[in-house]
Design a protein around this ligand. Structure first.
Ligand SMILES: [Zn+2]
Length: 124
């Protein structure tokens, strides 16, 4: 799957739903692809008290449920467009598989960075 298709996949997940007055899901969608070509997706959960999580977390959880760990490329998209991953998501991607340091992070149209370049002074 090319970057444009992956962005469109993530964009198609953006559909904010107020679940309880305290919690909104789907403000951000994420799609990732692994080397075998499998695509995993997820949506954000924005909840009170900091118990929510990013769309990337949901997509990574889906990938892990399928027994996979190595992300070839990943993107997150909100209503304003492509979003860079937060620090927690960057660290999560690295910690689930150290080879994800070479994951392509889609940052916008024609803009891609390696995870290792977004994790300065990363540790092993
Ligand atoms: Zn995040």
């Amino acid at each position: 799957m090319n970057n444009i298709d992956l962005v469109e996949k993530a964009k198609g997940l953006v559909n904010p739903k107020n679940l309880s007055g305290e919690t909104v899901s789907g403000e951000v969608g994420s799609a990732l692809v692994i080397a075998k070509g499998n695509v995993y997706t997820g949506v954000s959960i924005h909840a009170s008290c900091g118990i929510g999580f990013c769309a990337e977390h949901t997509a990574i959880g889906s990938m892990l449920t399928d027994g996979e760990t190595n992300i070839k490329k990943i993107v997150a998209v909100g209503e304003e467009g492509v979003l860079p991953p937060c620090g927690r998501c960057r660290e999560l991607m690295y910690q689930v598989d150290l080879t994800n340091a070479d994951t392509d992070i889609i940052l916008g149209e024609n803009k891609v960075a390696k995870l290792k370049d977004l994790l300065p002074e990363y540790w092993q």
